[in-house]
Design a protein around this ligand. Structure first.
Ligand code: FES
Ligand SMILES: [Fe+2]
Length: 398
C-alpha cells in the first residue's frame, strides 16, 4: 500500500488530467471522503411513494451507515439512524416493510415510529427515556423526493428555490415509483460519477441512448436544436430556466446542483426503444416538446425528466472499491401498469444504458488499477467531469 500522504498525492496531481490510481483504491482516502463529503451532502434516499402509510419503512445504506426512512403516525417522514441507543446493534434488519414499532433484536429495546424509546426490558422505570431516542439524519421531502443529510446544519432552501419553478410542471409530488433497480458496480464511486458527468463515452458505449439524445453530441452540433427546444418549452407548459451551481459553483459542499435542458434527436420525444412516449404526460405538461430536463442535486444524486417519466440515479459509495448505482423510475401517480404503461418498455432505455455503464466503469477500474496506468487529459466533452475532479481535490484538501 502506497504510504504517500494524501496532501502530497493532491499536490502532484496534473491539472486537466484524470486522477491517479491511489484516489480510487486507498481506504484512508475513502475515509476522508466520508468525513469531507458524504457526512455533509444532500443524498437521495428514495421517493415518498415508497412509504405511503404510517408504519411503512425502507432502509438505505451508505458508506457503512444505515438509515431507516419511516412514515410516522402523524404522516411525517423520518430518517432514523439504525443504531440502537443501548449497545449499538442494528435495530431494523429488514430492507423494507411495515411496522408499528422497531424492536432491537439484541435486548429488545422498543422505539416508536419517531424513534422515541418506548420500552426497555427490566430498566424502564429507572431509565430517563427522553435521553435515548434513535438519532436522526436531516430529511427533506422535496417534491416527493426524499433527501437526507447527516449534517444538522446543512441548508436546503437555496436548492428548493432554484429547482422549484423548473420542476413544478412535472408535478413530482404526484408521481409514483414504478420500478427500482440496484446495479452493483465493482469500482470506486468516483469512477461512476466521472462517467455520469460526461457523454464523451455515449456514442461508443450507448448506441441505444445516442440515437435519440442530443447529450451524446458535442454542444456545438446541437446548439440550434437546443434553441428550438427551449423556445418550444413554454408552449408545452415547461420552464426554460437553468441553474448551474455544481461543484465549485455551489455555496457549500453537498449543495451541488444544476438543471439543464437538452434536445432529443429527430423523431424522439422520450427515452425509449423507438423514441415514442412510454407513459402518460407528467403533471401539467401539455405536450412533448422534444427535450429532456436533467438535474443534479448533491454530489451523487442525479435525475433525468422526460415529459412522460422520470429516472433518478444515486451512486452510493459502499467501500473504496464498491459502489451501488440505484435507479428509480417514476411515472404519473394515476398511471396504471399494463394499461397506461408497459413496465419493460418504460425501463428499457435506462436499464440497457446502466448495464453498459456498469461494464465500462468496471473496465475503467481494471485499467486504472494497472501498474502502468498514467492519467491522461480530459477532452472538451468531459468538462463537467474535469470540474468534478478539481472540486474533489479542493474538498479533500480541507
Ligand atoms: S443493543 Fe439494542 S437492545 Fe441492546
Ligand atoms: Fe453512460
Amino acid at each position: 500500500m502506497n504510504s504517500l500522504p494524501i496532501k502530497e498525492l493532491i499536490a502532484r496531481h496534473r491539472p486537466g488530467h484524470a486522477l491517479e490510481q491511489d484516489f480510487y483504491r486507498r481506504a484512508d482516502v475513502f475515509e476522508k471522503e466520508v468525513d469531507s463529503i458524504f457526512l455533509k451532502s444532500w443524498i437521495l434516499a428514495g421517493h415518498q411513494s415508497q412509504v405511503p402509510e404510517a408504519g411503512d419503512f425502507f432502509v438505505f445504506e451508505i458508506a457503512g451507515e444505515s438509515i431507516i426512512i419511516v412514515r410516522s403516525d402523524a404522516g411525517r417522514i423520518n430518517a432514523l439512524l439504525n443504531v440502537c441507543r443501548h449497545r449499538g446493534s442494528r435495530v431494523c434488519l429488514e430492507e423494507q416493510g411495515h411496522t408499528a414499532r422497531f424492536v432491537c433484536p439484541y435486548h429488545a429495546w422498543n422505539y416508536d415510529l419517531n424513534g422515541e424509546l418506548q420500552a426497555a426490558p427490566q430498566v424502564m422505570d429507572t431509565l430517563d427515556r427522553d435521553q435515548y431516542p434513535l438519532r436522526r439524519a436531516r430529511l427533506e421531502n422535496f417534491l416527493g423526493l426524499l433527501f437526507i443529510n447527516f449534517d444538522p446544519d446543512a441548508e436546503f432552501a437555496p436548492i428548493a428555490s432554484d429547482f422549484g419553478g423548473v420542476l413544478a410542471p412535472y408535478d413530482l409530488p404526484h408521481t409514483k415509483l414504478a420500478h427500482q433497480e440496484s446495479y452493483r458496480i465493482r469500482s470506486n464511486w468516483k469512477l461512476a460519477v466521472e462517467n455520469y458527468c460526461e457523454c464523451y463515452h455515449c456514442v461508443p458505449a450507448h448506441r441505444e441512448f445516442a440515437v435519440g439524445h442530443g447529450r451524446a453530441r458535442p454542444e456545438g452540433n446541437v446548439a440550434e436544436l437546443r434553441q428550438e427546444v427551449l423556445s418550444r418549452a413554454q408552449s408545452c407548459g415547461l420552464s426554460a430556466k437553468m441553474t448551474q451551481k455544481g461543484w465549485k459553483n455551489a455555496e457549500a459542499v453537498g449543495m451541488d446542483r444544476y438543471v439543464d435542458r437538452y434536445p432529443l434527436l429527430k423523431g424522439h420525444v422520450s427515452g425509449s426503444r423507438d423514441g415514442k412516449p412510454v407513459a402518460p404526460l407528467l403533471g401539467t405538461v401539455s405536450g412533448f416538446d422534444g427535450g429532456a430536463t436533467e438535474f443534479q442535486l448533491g454530489p451523487i444524486s442525479y435525475g433525468l425528466v422526460y415529459c412522460d417519466y422520470v429516472v433518478l440515479y444515486r451512486f452510493t459509495p459502499v467501500q473504496a472499491d464498491e459502489t451501488t448505482c440505484e435507479v428509480f423510475w417514476l411515472v404519473r401517480e394515476t398511471a396504471v401498469e399494463g394499461e397506461d404503461y408497459d413496465l419493460q418498455e418504460l425501463i428499457w432505455m435506462w436499464d440497457v444504458t446502466t448495464r453498459a455503464d456498469k461494464r465500462i466503469i468496471e473496465d475503467n477500474r481494471r485499467g486504472v488499477n494497472s501498474r502502468f496506468f498514467v492519467p491522461g487529459p480530459f477532452t472538451p466533452m468531459e468538462y463537467y467531469t474535469q470540474a468534478f475532479t478539481e472540486w474533489y481535490l479542493d474538498v479533500l484538501q480541507t
